[in-house]
Design a protein around this ligand. Structure first.
Ligand code: CU
Ligand code: ZN
Length: 204
């Protein structure tokens, strides 16, 4: 009788000890969890992309080449492009979904970057692909410049263009035709968009 009582007491104590250990482990878990959110936003803030660059090279037998920069401004992303080796006139100018410029016809760059499922349009249209940057116009010497602040394109988040590509077309984008989008003809230039160091780019 007596030894049974002791056994019951010992068993009861064991349950209490295990219970305390369980609670202690739980509180450690919750402490670890509580510490995470404080660290994460800081890390994200530190790694926010503020500038990107694409070096455009010619596809196939075409001659176009140059550079496109994307810089975060207060009211959007400023896009500045300088290209040479174009035929005079307007050329469709887009961000395409994939950053793969390895094929001579540029097909592996995919379609226009369109994360919001919109129809094709011009850069100032309310409904457009995120990648619809309109046209870049070359002068008689084949030189073209482009400078605009875009409200849709982003360097971070779901509309981020990092790792995608800039494509230059043989013909002008009409902003209307849906298939092929803009009816801008062949892909003649391609550049993969990468993260740039603003300090290095300013020094140029
Ligand atoms: Cu295109
Ligand atoms: Zn488009």
């Amino acid at each position: 009788m007596r030894s049974r009582t002791w056994m019951a007491v010992v068993a009861g104590l064991a349950v209490v000890v295990v219970g305390f250990q369980f609670l202690a482990a739980q509180s450690q878990v919750s402490v670890a969890k509580a510490a995470e959110p404080a660290a994460a936003p800081h890390a994200q803030e530190m790694s926010k992309v503020t500038m990107a660059v694409a070096v455009v090279h010619a596809l196939g037998d075409h001659k176009v080449k140059g550079k496109v920069t994307f810089t975060q401004k207060d009211d959007g992303v400023e896009i500045v492009a300088e290209l040479t080796g174009l035929t005079p006139g307007e050329h469709g100018f887009h961000v395409h979904e994939f950053g793969d410029c390895s094929m001579a016809d540029g097909k592996c760059a995919g379609g226009h970057f369109n994360p919001t499922g919109m129809p094709h349009g011009g850069p100032d249209d309310a409904k457009r692909h995120v990648g619809d940057l309109g046209n870049i116009k070359a002068d008689d010497s084949g030189k073209a410049t482009y400078k605009r602040v875009d409200k849709l394109i982003s360097l971070n988040g779901s509309n981020s263009i990092i790792g995608r590509s800039v494509i230059v077309h043989a013909k002008a984008d009409d902003f209307k035709t849906q298939q092929p989008p803009g009816n801008a003809g062949d892909r003649i230039g391609c550049g993969t968009i990468g993260i740039a160091d603003p300090k290095m780019q300013m020094a140029h």
